[in-house]
Design a binder for this molecule. Structure first.
Ligand SMILES: Nc1ncnc2c1ncn2[C@@H]1O[C@H](COP(=O)(O)OP(=O)(O)O)[C@@H](O)[C@H]1O
Ligand SMILES: [Mg+2]
Length: 366
């Protein structure tokens, strides 16, 4: 069993990342790839339409074609931390109880930016180990900085694999009065740090911090193994980045910004997906125009619609050319505007379109 290939979809808010990711996963599954779609920021309506609950558990998605190769992981940002802790501390129930009651943990789980992404990626790492997937499609959060999360696991693994954790764990024991303080300069240094921290934050926070790291040190190996695996999946040689954009100036700027961030990480987007780039002429419009009884008012509406369709296509053509110049190594994939309101209908229509572009989006098998 080889590692799954990974496609990370990123882009500004509202451009259709979640919809496109779901459509891509559906198209891959329809071609026989065992596919997992992960949405870090699930859209409730879409999850409902796909028949998937928003939970931390990998769930099979019923496919319209009756296939059985599609799964979804849509962790709820509010609950995923708890699931992760349950897994991490599976063999350390007492430490787990302490962590869950730890005020710092409660604050972190609620507030820290990036915590959800990190936790979600650790859930993905676990799913990749347990689940035998061919491809994992990851739909990121709607933020310009969303792409940065790919570096969190590696950074955290380095931190946890290093000496910081033991040092803080040692601090924890002393805060609990269980171990003698180290001697010499280190003792002076840590004493200073504790004293300073306590002055700034109050004694309880120091204690909570020390306790939390002490308990984390107990499960460090499991934590490091998972974060390393997550990092391999996100930054290894079996990953491709797809940037999703709408044909607007703002979305173009988002794409160029994200491409520059990727470049900093030594990565390049494999593809740019221009969503809502084209409008197929509506069948009803053609039928109306061809009908005999069309009055001038209706002709005017039809002309306006046609104008809008043309200007959308012109904008998309211009954007395709510009992105082609700026990101010559990326394939440009154009997706139409789908005239439907039901999210599953839009996903189904886009997955049919994406079927012709799978090679442009999939990372090389390596
Ligand atoms: N190609 C498309 N044609 C028509 N509607 C679309 C298309 N792509 C996305 N949508 C709709 O646009 C809205 C936003 O899409 P979503 O995928 O949630 O965006 P994002 O994840 O980037 O915030 C949804 O209601 C979705 O159904
Ligand atoms: Mg989304």
């Amino acid at each position: 069993m080889s590692d799954p290939r990974v496609i990370v979809c990123a882009g500004g808010g509202g451009v259709g990342k979640t919809t496109t990711s779901a459509a891509l996963a559906l198209a891959l599954a329809a071609r026989g790839h065992r596919t997992l779609i992960v949405t870090i920021d699930p859209a409730r309506r879409l999850a409902g339409a796909m028949g998937v609950p928003i939970t931390d558990v990998v769930t099979r998605v019923p496919m319209p074609s009756g296939g059985d190769r599609l799964w979804a992981l849509m962790p709820d940002p509010r609950r995923s931390m708890r699931t992760f802790i349950d897994h991490l501390f599976a063999d350390e129930p007492e430490a787990k109880a302490r962590v869950l009651a730890n005020k710092l943990y409660i604050g972190l789980a609620d507030a820290a930016a990036g915590v959800h992404e990190l936790v979600a990626m650790n859930l993905v790492a676990r799913a990749a180990t347990d689940g035998d997937f061919d491809v994992i499609v990851i739909d990121t959060a709607p933020s310009r900085h969303a792409i940065d999360f790919v570096t969190y696991p590696a950074r955290l693994a380095a931190l946890l694999g290093g000496r910081t954790v033991s040092w803080i764990a040692g601090l924890a024991q002393r805060a609990g009065g269980e171990a003698p303080a180290p001697k010499g300069l280190l003792s002076w240094g840590t004493g200073r740090v504790e004293h300073l921290l306590a002055r700034v934050t109050g004694p309880n926070l120091v204690r909570d911090t020390a306790d939390l790291f002490g308990d984390l040190a107990l499960v460090r190996e499991r934590f490091v193994a998972l974060t390393r695996r997550a990092s391999e999946l996100l930054l290894g040689d079996r990953v491709a980045y797809a940037l999703v954009a709408a044909p607007t100036a703002a979305a173009r700027d988002d794409v160029l910004f994200l491409a520059a961030r990727l470049e900093k990480l030594g990565r390049r987007p494999r593809a740019v997906v221009l969503n809502r780039a084209d409008t197929h002429p509506a069948p009803w419009a053609r039928a109306l125009r061809e009908g005999r009884a069309v009055g001038p008012a209706i002709t005017e509406v039809l002309d306006a619609l046609e104008q809008e369709r043309l200007s959308r296509a012109t904008a998309a053509d211009g954007l395709s050319r510009e992105l082609g110049r700026q990101l010559p190594w990326a394939s440009i994939v154009r997706l139409p505007y789908v005239e439907a309101t039901a999210p599953e209908a839009i996903v189904a229509a886009l997955s049919t379109e994406l079927d012709a572009h799978l090679a442009a989006l999939l990372p090389d098998a390596g």
